[in-house]
Write a protein that binds this ligand. Structure first.
Ligand SMILES: Nc1ncnc2c1ncn2[C@@H]1O[C@H](COP(=O)(O)OP(=O)(O)O)[C@@H](O)[C@H]1O
Ligand SMILES: [Mg+2]
Length: 270
């Protein structure tokens, strides 16, 4: 379970580069829920995930993961509760290390060091099975450097690693956006399978309306650092991509109206 209460974050406060990236977000995600986060560029989606992961401290508000208040925890401490996959296939793995070594590192997350990087035999077998299940022909290449694989193969492996220890929270930030359509489809299918099978509490950012309507239990729509709408239950089930586009267009029209009103006011006072 993830509980976000009244979080605010302003970057570069008091300067010309000031950005109010999060302007009071409240969000509770029940254990095992799969929530898709949608919003235009710059609406604060990545900042929301980064706030949860602890990439920076908040200006205001509190964050709880699995009942623990992590608001003051540094990023590395929260990492024990969180699995993450980023947009860039080059993030999150060590490119010069082999697939097996990367898994050994990932599965030692949060545990004492000193086990060495070799995979124990009782981990190697389930790992080989899981990787064979990807049907990417990687099960016989466990000693190959991860850096030699394609973006889609890397994202699939990164996702397996991030979810291997069944984290209390899985954070996915447009993790298929940099892939070709076919690889993106494969990684999305794997994502859905892993989350559903292990009932992982998940926040997944996407800008694909199609992904948003076809995946997950809930859609949180963000705009200008706030939650604009939370589609859940039967409303979420009925939702079509056109409904989401319509909603975005309404927001845009309203903001343009606000801007032209402000413009008229400014003009009237000159
Ligand atoms: N570390 C940072 N420093 C300064 N500004 C940032 C930083 N991170 C994000 N921003 C700004 O905050 C706003 C929200 O960004 P982001 O959360 O990345 O949007 P999204 O992921 O929805 O596209 C943007 O205007 C962005 O430029
Ligand atoms: Mg982003």
């Amino acid at each position: 379970m993830l509980e976000i209460q009244g979080i605010r974050k302003t970057f570069n406060p008091g300067t010309v580069n000031e950005v109010r990236a999060l302007q009071g977000v409240d969000l509770t995600i029940e254990e095992g829920a799969f929530v898709v986060v949608l919003g235009m560029n710059g609406s604060g989606k990545s900042t929301l995930l980064n706030a949860v992961a602890g990439s920076f401290y908040l200006d205001e508000g509190r964050i709880r993961i699995a009942g623990q208040d992590v608001t003051r925890w540094p990023e590395h401490r929260r990492a024990k509760l969180i699995g993450r996959v980023f947009q860039n296939p080059f993030s999150g793995t060590a490119p010069n290390m082999s697939i097996a070594e990367n898994f050994a590192l990932a599965t030692h997350r949060g545990k004492a060091r000193g086990f060495g990087w070799a995979l124990s035999r009782n981990l190697m077998n389930p790992l080989r099975d899981r990787i064979a299940g990807l049907r990417m022909g990687l099960e016989n290449r466990l000693d190959h450097a991860i850096g030699s694989l394609s973006g889609g193969q890397r994202q699939a492996l990164t996702l397996l690693m991030a979810s291997w220890l069944k984290p209390d929270l899985l954070l996915l930030d447009e993790h298929t956006a940099a892939l070709d359509p076919k690889s993106a489809e494969q990684v999305i299918a794997l994502t859905n399978e892993v989350i559903t099978r292990d009932k992982l509490t998940t926040l997944m950012v996407t800008h694909s309306m199609q992904q948003a309507v076809s995946l997950g239990d809930r859609i949180v729509m963000m705009n200008r650092g706030e939650v604009l709408h939370d589609f859940r239950g039967s409303e979420k089930k009925r939702l079509r991509p056109e409904d989401l586009i319509e909603r975005f267009n309404q927001v845009r029209a309203r903001e343009q109206l606000d801007e032209s009103a402000a413009e008229m006011l400014r003009a009237a006072y000159i």
